[in-house]
Design a protein. Sequence first.
Length: 256
Amino acid sequence: MAGRLPARDRVIVLFGLMATAALAWSYVLYMGWGMAHMDEGAAMAVMPRMTNWHVVDLLLVLTMWAIMMAAMMLPSIVPMVLSFASLSNRRRAQRLPYVPTSVFVLGYLAVWAGFSLCATLAQWGLLEARLVTPMMVSATPLLAGALLIIAGVFQFTPLKHACLAKCASPLGFLLTEWRDGTVGAWIMGVRHGAYCVGCCALLMTLLFAFGVMNVLWVAALSAYVLLEKMLPHARSFRFMGGALLICWGVAVAAGI
C-alpha cells in the first residue's frame, strides 16, 4: 500500500516524521546531558527539582515524558503512517472522504501523552516513597529486578501478542479499523496508539529501573521496539527478549 504513494507525498510524510523525531531526540539528548552535568546548571531551566515537586515540576516531568515517548515511538510507526497516507491519497483520487495524515499521527501521540501523564504520576509517587533517587534511577535492586521480570513475563502473554500483531500489520489494521472523516482519522490514531501502549508500556517502565533520562537505555528500548515491530520472525525475537529480561531481573534482584 505504501508503495503506491507518490514520491513527493512519501518524502513529505517521511520528512515530517523524521524531523519531529529528530527534534524530540535533540531534547532527550540535551536532558540526558543535563542530568550528567548537573553541576554546570546547563539544563536547570527545563528540569524539575530533585525533591519536593510542585505543579511546575510535574509539568516539566510530563513534558519530558511526552517528548521522550515521541522520540522513541515515531520511528516505529513509519510503515503505518505511510500506509495510511497511501490509502488516504487513493481515496482522494477517487473523490472519497479523506483527511490529512497528521490527524492520524496526532491521535497516536495523544495516547502516548496520556501514558506520559501516568508515568509522571508514577515517578512522583516512587520519588516520594524513596523508591527512585532524585536522579530518576531505581533506589533498590528489588524494584529494578521486579520491573525487569514483569516486563519479561509480559512478552509471553496473549495480550502482548495481540497488541503487537496490530502494531506490526499496517494493512490489516487499516482494513479493519478504517473510519472516514477527521474524527475517524483521530479515532484510528488513538486506537493504534492504544495498541502500541498495550504492546510497549511495560517496556517503558524499565526506564524507572536504570534511569528515566539514561540516553543509552532510551536508545536501546527504542531499537528493541523498532525491531520487534519490523522483524519477520518477531515472535522468536519477542520470546528471546522476554527470557533475557526475566534472567536479568532475577540477577539484579539477587544482587548478582
